[in-house]
Design a protein. Structure first.
Length: 485
């Protein structure tokens, strides 16, 4: 039986540029037009650069090896940064946090680079973002909503126009934080959400509810990549007769003197009648440098008093039957042992174990990350790109090396291992071009055997023709080309 996969855009076709323009206000259409005018000049410059670059490698060449690929967008696509440049030219007032000589100079420079109107289409990855942001309601697109179509990487690029970055007085990362904070203070909602990963069910909803319905709560234990964080997201959407708080530490009050534990402050969610779900990501690891700053507000020294004392307090509250409070912790085995050492009564909690993903689950799990990875990095994470560019021998190692739950997904690393692999030259041993895909549609058994002959190591990841067909269907549904996987 095929696993359940859910996502708001699964099987939904991407909107076209004419559809988005038609739904836009007059002011937003002018911004679309400015983006297209800038894109036409960019595309012309890229074509000239490619021709000049290719001429350097014409035979007889001074280089013995073939020309490496240029890191340039392909096709006559309208890209997010075309809109970002148009925003600088047409609406610099919306970028008030960047106001300064560098922004003014860039606005003037790009205003002089407007090209003639050109027939363009949205880049496929950007079109999927618009599918997530707009296709659900198909409402009017005004300028703020149009700007929300910019992915995180565009705001990252715009931060380079901060004059303090140009002068070298602040780091680019600091400029990014200041830009996003400044935009938030403007209150116009200009920064849109990041599309979430697709949900691949490894634990059914009935099992998830059992974590919430147990009298005390539950300890959910599993290694990295086993789906603990994904389960948290699913739990947050389950209906319950009482509030469910997932990694919510907002609010602060004094502890109830009826309990022995005395944390400095107690979050508002740690109260009778509530269900608290805490993960190691939300709590922070007191013995790690990566303790989230939001937990630091619970005490001056989480490693010494903050987390252990709050945990003991929450355990006492859950054991107090009239309080009807439940605590669910999602931890690795090592973290469970540490928490039980701090609060020995946690040994009374039922333990639910999650297994690490099998080799056969690695590719489906990674395909489900497509909406998030592609929006954040701007590189294709499609099935055939993974197979052709990463190669058979290293694919499993790369998928294990860069866990789907890793923080790199939230802070895109242009030099990260997956990004480097997706931008590299195609692997010579794995050929999955149009001919292979046509064969897969007509005769999947032969296509699978052909793939195994090219890369025998892939059999651990793709066990047979049926799984290869399902992977291709899931991949097509995530791109909007197929209604359901």
């Amino acid at each position: 039986m095929r696993p359940v996969v859910e996502h708001p855009t699964l099987g939904v076709p991407s909107p076209t540029l004419p559809q988005l323009v038609e739904a836009s206000t007059e002011e937003a259409r002018a911004l679309w037009a400015a983006a297209g005018a800038l894109a036409s000049v960019r595309i012309q410059g890229q074509d000239e650069l490619r021709r000049a670059y290719a001429s350097l490698y014409e035979a007889p060449s001074d280089w013995a090896r073939p020309a490496p690929a240029l890191p340039l967008p392909g096709g006559d696509f309208l890209e997010p940064n075309d809109l970002a440049r148009a925003l600088v030219v047409r609406h610099p007032e919306l970028l008030e946090p960047l106001a300064g000589p560098a922004l003014t100079e860039a606005a003037g420079r790009w205003a002089d680079r407007m090209g003639p109107p050109t027939e363009l289409t949205l880049s496929p990855i950007w079109a999927r973002r618009w599918c997530y942001l707009w296709s659900g309601d198909g409402g009017v697109i005004d300028v703020p909503r149009l700007v929300r179509g910019l992915p995180w990487r565009s705001w990252h690029a715009l931060a380079a126009l901060d004059s303090r970055v140009v002068e070298g007085t602040i780091a680019h990362s600091e400029a990014v934080d200041r830009l996003l904070d400044g935009l938030a203070r403007q209150g116009q909602g200009l920064v849109g959400p990041v599309p979430p990963p697709a949900y691949l069910q490894r634990v059914d909803d009935e099992h998830l509810r059992s974590w919430l319905d147990a009298p005390l709560g539950a300890l959910v234990v599993g290694p990295a990549g086993s789906g603990k964080r994904t389960s948290i997201g699913r739990i947050g959407r389950l209906r319950s007769e009482r509030p469910i708080h997932v990694d919510n530490f907002h609010g602060a009050g004094p502890p109830d003197p009826a309990y022995r534990a005395t944390p400095q402050v107690v979050p508002a969610t740690v109260n009778p009648g509530q269900i608290c779900v805490w993960s190691s990501h939300g709590l922070g690891d007191p013995e790690s440098r990566a303790t989230p700053s939001r937990y630091n507000s619970l005490g001056p020294s989480p490693s010494a008093a903050g987390l252990p004392e709050l945990l003991r307090y929450a355990v006492e509250l859950a054991l107090d039957e009239p309080a009807d409070f439940r605590l669910v912790l999602l931890l690795t085995e090592e973290q469970r042992a540490r928490c039980c050492a701090w609060a020995p009564d946690l040994e009374k909690w039922p333990v639910h174990r999650l297994e690490a993903p099998t080799d056969e689950e690695l590719l489906p799990l990674w395909l489900c990350q497509r909406p998030l990875v592609e929006d954040m990095l701007g590189d294709s994470c499609a099935l055939f790109d993974l197979l052709a560019r990463v190669g058979s021998g290293s694919l499993r190692e790369r998928l294990l090396q860069v866990q789907p739950a890793g923080r790199w997904l939230w802070v895109p690393d242009p030099a990260g291992p997956l990004a480097n692999a997706l931008r590299g030259a195609p692997c010579t041993s794995v050929r999955v071009g149009p001919g292979f895909r046509q064969q897969l549609a007509r005769r999947p058994e032969k296509a699978w055997l052909r793939l195994m002959r090219q890369a025998p190591d892939l059999q651990a990841l793709v066990s047979g023709p049926e799984q290869l067909v399902w992977l291709a269907e899931l991949d097509a549904a995530l791109s909007g080309a197929l209604s359901s996987p």
